[in-house]
Structures are given as structure tokens and as C-alpha cells.
Design a protein around this ligand. Structure first.
Ligand code: NDP
Length: 296
């Protein structure tokens, strides 16, 4: 058990791998669980284990105050809840579907004007991490509603409440995914170059891991400077970084590997140089990102 359990009954809507894992954990901890999924057969194993199958969305909503949504995205939420609007009042929706902060804010308003409350969640683990206390989920939205259901939610993972703004949980999730995908692609790119030079993933592993695990030291060193908006070139200079990325592009080309990833990085360095940052730290590139941001 990962938290004191109050055994509150709960509805789970959406039974993909994530929703299935969540409903299973609630059942394992003795909660009454009502489930609904567009493809009904996905509820079969849960029903065999003791869950109640709601035959309609309305039935799933009226069963419990707490409704967990585990859907592909927020559009799926509207597709499911719009036709059942009359049964929204009084519900607390904990939306554990991934989407953007803006979508989460819109959804919180949409749910709010229909007399219900919306808590945004950003689950940081795959289905295998559901039910483990070391796993964590970001939450944001009305504090009182979150705290009222915190114990039940902590059956799933630990919780990290980020604040009242419904967009915050989605934002924290997306900025972590930003780091995850760009880092993992850099690893795959480097491995492609390594492979072309006869180095296997196994041989590369300790070296790739060493570089990855050195990154927190850089984050710690640069954090106060970034918060102060200062980018002194005392320990690194953008011009040096530019030359280094050029070497990566050339090494990639020589290996016959796609250069699009390092070329995109070189392009950002180039814009930094053109904007007069050659003698500043590479962290000055944050100004380039901010300056060239496009709001859709
Ligand atoms: P899936 O996409 O496999 O399942 C999503 C569920 O959404 C299914 O129950 C599906 O129903 C339902 N759904 C999608 N569109 C509609 C619609 N238009 N109307 C009704 N129902 C719909 O996702 P997962 O279970 O893997 O994940 C759920 C959420 O959790 C996602 O937002 C994902 O990004 C997030 N997440 C997932 C992780 C993972 O490793 N899986 C990790 C962290 C977060 P049906 O079965 O009928 O198709």
C-alpha cells in the first residue's frame, strides 16, 4: 500500500493500458470501481475481478463523485462527456489524459460551467509504474478538491500538486517530455554514428550513461545564472560551442548519417552568433529561443 487508504469508490473512464492499470490498482486496494470504455470488451477482465461495468457514460458518472479520465487526449473527453452533460454537476474529474496546458485550462472552464470540478494530472510513469509509491503524478486545479481525493489518488502514484492553475500539471509534464524526447533523440543520433563506426549499443552504453549523468551538474551550475538573466562567457563561449557543433555535423556527414538533428542545433548556435552572443555562454541561446518564439 502506498498511502493510507480511505476506500472511496471511484469511476474510471478510459481503459487503455493506463486506465486498466489504474482500475486494477484500485481494485487491489479494495475500492469499489465502476468502469466505462468506448470499446466495452476492454472492461471484461476488470469486471471478472470485481469492477462494475457501466453500460452508459451516464451510469458511470452517476455512480461516483470521483471520476478518473484516462484517454488519448482531451478531445476524447469532450466526445465522451458532451452527450452526458446533465450528469456532470457535482463530479470531480481527475483528467490523467495527456495534452497541452491550454487544452487543460479550456477543459477546466468547460467542466466548471457545467457544475463540476476538473483536476489536471500528468502521469510520469508507464502503466507498470502505477501502484508504486516512487512513481509520481503532477496535479493542478482546485486545491480543496485535490486534497479531498488525494489519498485515493495516491493509491496510483505519489502526488506532486503544482498549484491552482489547471494548466500547470500539463505544463510540468510537457517540459519534462521536452527534455526526454530531445535527450533520447540525441542518444539515438549519437548511436547511429557509433554504429556506422562499428561501435555497438552495448559498447556505447557506459559512455552515453556517463555523459547523461553528468548533466545535472551543468544544470546546477547554470541555474542561478539563468534565473539572473546573466550569460557570462567565463567558463564557456558560444563561439567555442558553435565550432564544437560544426565538428559534430562533419563527423555525422563523414559517417553517412542524417545530419538534420545536429544541423538544427547548429542553426540555433548560428543565430546566437548573429545576435552578438559569440563571447557569451551558450546559455545565451535561451534569449534566441524566447526572441524567436511564435505564438500559434
Ligand atoms: P490509449 O490511447 O491506449 O487509450 C486511451 C483510451 O482513450 C482508450 O480507452 C480509448 O478507447 C479512449 N479513447 C480515445 N479516443 C476516444 C474517443 N474519441 N471516444 C472515446 N474514447 C476514446 O492510451 P493509454 O492508456 O496508454 O494512456 C492514456 C493516457 O495516459 C494518454 O493520454 C497518455 O498520453 C497518458 N500516458 C500514458 C503513458 C503510457 O506509457 N501508456 C505514460 C504517461 C501518460 P478505446 O479503447 O475504445 O479505443
Amino acid at each position: 500500500m502506498i498511502a493510507d487508504n480511505d476506500h472511496s469508490p471511484v469511476t474510471v473512464i478510459g481503459l487503455g493500458p493506463m486506465g486498466q492499470a489504474m482500475a486494477n490498482v484500485f481494485l487491489d486496494h479494495g475500492h469499489e470501481v465502476t468502469v466505462w470504455n468506448r470499446t466495452m470488451s476492454k472492461a471484461d477482465e476488470l469486471v471478472a475481478k470485481g469492477a462494475t461495468r457501466a453500460s452508459t457514460v451516464n451510469e458511470a458518472l452517476t455512480a461516483n463523485e470521483l471520476v478518473i479520465l484516462s484517454l488519448t487526449d482531451y478531445d476524447a473527453m469532450y466526445a465522451i462527456l458532451e452527450p452526458a452533460s446533465e450528469n456532470l454537476p457535482g463530479r470531480v474529474f481527475v483528467n490523467l489524459s495527456s495534452d497541452t496546458p491550454e487544452k487543460a485550462r479550456e477543459a477546466a472552464k468547460w467542466v466548471g460551467v457545467r457544475g463540476a470540478r476538473h483536476i489536471t494530472g500528468g502521469v510520469q510513469v508507464p502503466p507498470s509504474g502505477i501502484g508504486l509509491s516512487e512513481s509520481s503524478t503532477y496535479y493542478s486545479g482546485p486545491r480543496e478538491a485535490f486534497e479531498a481525493h488525494q489519498k485515493t489518488l495516491e493509491m496510483l502514484t505519489g502526488s506532486d500538486y503544482r498549484g491552482e492553475d489547471p494548466g500547470l500539471a500539463a505544463l510540468y509534464y510537457q517540459i519534462q517530455m521536452d527534455i526526454f524526447w530531445t535527450s533520447m533523440l540525441s542518444y539515438l543520433h549519437a548511436l547511429a554514428v557509433a554504429n556506422k563506426n562499428g561501435i555497438t549499443a552495448e559498447e556505447f552504453l557506459p559512455y552515453a550513461s556517463k555523459t547523461m549523468s553528468s548533466l545535472p551538474q551543468f544544470l546546477e551550475f547554470y541555474t542561478p545564472r539563468l534565473d539572473a538573466g546573466k550569460h557570462p562567457g567565463d567558463v564557456d563561449r558560444l563561439a567555442m560551442g558553435f565550432a564544437s557543433v560544426e565538428h559534430i555535423v562533419h563527423t555525422t556527414k563523414d559517417a553517412g548519417i542524417d545530419i538534420s538533428l545536429p544541423a538544427a542545433i547548429l542553426e540555433v548556435f548560428k543565430r546566437g552568433m548573429e545576435n552578438g552572443h559569440a563571447s557569451d555562454s551558450f546559455t545565451s541561446l535561451i534569449e534566441i529561443f524566447k526572441k524567436d518564439g511564435v505564438t500559434a
